[in-house]
Ligand binder design. Structure first.
Ligand code: FAD
Ligand code: NAP
Ligand code: SF4
Length: 691
């Protein structure tokens, strides 16, 4: 029995923590850190930071890491200056990563990704000249010479990865990138030996796997990430997917990883509203077809869920990407049976994917140290201080935990009877239940670091100054903005707090003023607050609502429109209003805004832009659009019109002349405009690192 057997047998997660023998090498457990582009790949000096990023995850016990996608040649780059591994002189910087990781028993594979028509530059190419709906550049169709050159480039790149010390490569064949474009008629319109029949369409994938295997020998991991559900029109049938998986196995792959949906698919696949482990059934289906180990993926964010997936036999390995951004010690804490200490990924995409799409460095909303391992650190403080923190919202909580880690003695005061601040309202929104996990995490950290919490306590300037604290941190958050509209005092008018916090009864006809993040959340809350609403945790119902065919009757695994549209809509009539002329919801997250809009559209919510608010009276809400007045006959008008900083206490303390105490302002209390938890938590962490 190996060390790992002993560890896994003693743990609450025996399947997840069991080793996996790949014949020529062994993975220490069944966790795979899925590929994530971080933006550090292209930053000056970024590889040192990347090495620290991966090292922290290896130290935390991950079994196998897959790097962010690296192109095998210039034309396959995601962006004009995207990262590429094609020249011998590229090898050295990769050695920094492999050396850092190999201080631990973790294995690491480099992902080879050719973006095809998803390349964001004018030199992109694809099987055919078919533009993607999510990219302004039209690709040119590849010549046979270019196809053959690309196969060689993959093999060459893999051999360079081997020289750099990687344990293997992952060949990216899913999510709508080049290999996936070849495998589906959606983009592949060719009539030569690279298009038409499934054998021709998968020829590129199989040729690449064979060429890589021939170049790197037998003792090198090859993972093929295969699109098992394309979720787009013109995607593959299940029979095609199986034919390809069998051919990939025969061509010499070591593992097959699961890919779910093209980037242009209109089915959410990883956002927080996707039920946990919603897609593992497709890997389970594939397990009956091939004999090499299979990796499953998507919205698996706790060791409990991962263990369940493995124990049910859905896969041999579980890939989690964002959960390792949120907590580098995910595996270590699982091994030590301390899963309640894990900082759980809430699936928000706000600091990871949304950043990558804006070409900014990725990080994590709940863990701002992710990708900042060398820059944001919490070393022991030279002088341990007594610190008072007012406000137990995300800003106050994050500050307290990081400051306590540095050895400070922290006390938190909050007038509410529970910690969490506005996260307690966010967690009420259907599809945002993950916010409970962040509050659970902070509660656990508070007890681990012996932070004193005074709930139901209004902090006053007097108490704070008299109590001998060295520093006072004000994290009192925000108050909903009050509007100056005729009739604003009418009994029809409610705030989002009346709805989400106080659960006041709301009528059938509703107008929501303000279509920011909270306006959308309130609309979802009201739309889905009816008896027969689709349960977010009922996976089968959720998949049906989004048009996914679990029986795989149609190509791409999409239901017929008529079936998919057969969803019960909310019985409420909801109007979501904004003054701006831009598309309603345009300011929401880059990778999640469309999901919020689609959810409301499915529920028949009317979204109106360019609205002027005239008055509220017994008749309802009078508005004007394009110079035309109309009355919305509504029972309630709910105000979600942004927020203002709550700073009275700070101002009082500031005016208390003569105090020796340090005074700091963070989170919504500092700046309310465009505030979100990402900014609140990062700001708190940055202060805690230096106080
Ligand atoms: P708050 O969370 O407002 O916390 C302030 C705390 O201070 C409160 O607990 C309050 O009781 C306490 N307090 C105030 N004055 C005193 C006093 N004098 N004495 C004692 N205690 C006091 N952000 C995202 O990034 N992503 C999302 O998806 C998201 N969804 C949201 C959904 C909803 C419905 C809502 C309402 C907000 C959402 N937000 C989201 C916003 C996010 O919650 C806020 O940006 C974040 O909570 C701000 O953190 P904070 O700590 O600055 O303030
Ligand atoms: P917000 O996003 O700034 O939206 C405020 C809305 O109110 C806007 O639609 C604005 O549109 C309207 N408004 C502003 N002033 C107004 C006025 N005087 N009269 C009438 N309407 C007015 O703020 P929020 O919705 O309160 O959200 C707060 C923060 O929480 C946001 O920054 C957001 O990032 C975060 N959050 C994020 C999510 C998420 O899913 N990522 C969800 C919830 C909240 P017009 O000016 O065009 O009318
Ligand atoms: Fe998860 Fe949000 Fe962090 Fe991304 S930013 S890793 S989705 S918690």
């Amino acid at each position: 029995m190996t060390n790992n057997d002993t560890q896994s047998n003693n743990s609450a997660f025996p399947n997840l923590l069991a080793p996996l023998d790949l014949g020529f090498t062994t993975l220490i457990n069944r966790t795979l850190m899925g590929s994530m582009h971080t933006g550090l790949e292209e930053e000056k000096g970024g590889f040192d930071k990347l090495a620290a990023f991966y090292e922290a995850r290896a130290k935390g016990g991950v079994g196998l890491i897959v790097t962010g996608g690296i192109s095998p040649n210039a034309r396959g780059r995601l962006t004009p200056l995207g990262c590429e591994l094609s020249k011998f002189w590229h090898v050295n910087k990769h050695k920094k990563i492999t050396r850092a990781v190999h201080q631990y028993p973790t294995k690491i594979c480099l992902q080879l990704l050719h973006a095809g028509r998803y390349s964001y530059h004018p030199f992109s190419f694809a099987p055919s000249k078919v533009k993607s709906p999510i990219n302004p550049f039209t690709p040119s169709a590849m010549s046979v010479r270019q196809i053959k050159g690309t196969i060689k480039d993959f093999a060459h790149s893999a051999s360079l990865a081997q020289k750099a010390g990687y344990d293997g490569v992952e060949i990216m064949g899913s999510e709508g990138y080049l290999i996936n474009q070849f495998s589906c008629i959606r983009v592949n319109k060719r009539t030569d030996e690279w298009g038409g029949s499934v054998e021709n369409r998968m020829r590129l994938a199989i040729s690449i796997v064979k060429a890589v295997r021939a170049k790197v020998g037998e003792k090198f991991i090859i993972i093929f990430r295969q699109s098992m559900l394309d979720l787009v029109e013109g995607g593959n049938s299940w029979e095609d997917v199986v034919t390809m998986a069998k051919a990939v196995e025969a061509a010499g792959a070591t593992l097959i990883n699961t890919g779910i949906g093209w980037h242009e698919a209109r089915v959410p696949t990883i956002s927080t509203s996707v039920p946990r482990a919603a897609f593992t059934w497709i890997t389970e289906k594939m397990k009956q077809e091939v004999s090499i180990p299979l990796v499953t993926t998507n919205r698996i964010n706790t060791p409990e869920v991962a263990e369940e997936v493995l124990s049910k036999g859905h896969a041999d390995v579980v890939s989690m990407a964002r959960p390792f951004l949120a907590d580098a010690e995910f595996v270590k804490k699982s091994l030590e049976n301390k899963s309640d200490e894990i900082n759980t990924c809430i699936g928000c995409n706000q600091a990871c994917l949304d950043h990558v799409f804006q070409q900014k460095r990725a990080s994590c909303l709940v863990n701002p140290t992710a990708c900042y391992e060398t820059e944001l650190t919490f070393d022991k403080a030279k002088k341990n201080k007594r610190i008072a923190v007012v406000g137990a919202g995300p800003a106050g909580l994050a500050f307290s935990v990081y400051a306590a880690q540095r050895g400070h003695k922290v006390e938190i005061f909050d007038r509410a009877n529970e910690i969490g601040g506005q996260f307690n309202f966010a967690k009420q929104v259907p599809g945002k239940e993950e916010f409970y996990e962040t509050i659970r995490y902070f509660n656990k950290q508070i007890s681990l670091y012996d932070i004193k919490v005074h709930l139901s306590t209004e902090a006053t300037a007097d108490d704070l100054t008299k109590n001998g604290f060295d520093e006072i941190v004000i994290a009192t958050g925000i108050l909903p903005r009050k509007l100056d509209i005729e009739g604003i005092e009418h009994e029809k008018v409610k705030s989002y707090l009346d709805v989400l916090r106080d659960k006041q009864p709301i009528g059938k006809n509703v107008a929501i003023i303000g279509a920011g993040g909270i306006g959308f959340d309130v609309a979802v809350f009201l739309a889905e607050e009816h008896e027969k609403s689709p349960l977010v945790n009922d996976k089968a119902q959720w998949l049906k609502n989004w048009g996914v065919d679990q029986n795989y009757q149609n190509k791409g695994a999409l239901l017929d429109k008529s079936t998919g549209a057969n969803i019960e809509r909310t019985p409420r009539n909801i109007h979501l209003l904004q003054r701006k002329l831009s598309k309603v919801g345009a300011g929401l997250g880059k990778t999640t805004g469309w999901i919020h809009r689609a959810t409301l559209q499915k529920n028949g919510v009317k979204m109106l832009a360019g609205v002027s608010y005239k008055k509220i009276d017994d008749l309802g809400l009078t508005i004007e659009i394009d110079g035309k007045e109309q009355v919305l006959d509504v029972d309630h008008v709910i105000i979600c019109a942004g927020q203002e900083s709550q700073r009275g206490l700070y101002q009082q303390l500031e005016s208390n002349k003569g105090t020796e105490q340090g005074l700091h302002l963070i989170g919504g209390a500092k700046v309310a405009a465009e505030l979100d938890a990402k900014r609140a938590i990062r700001q708190a962490a940055e202060l805690a690192a230096i106080i």
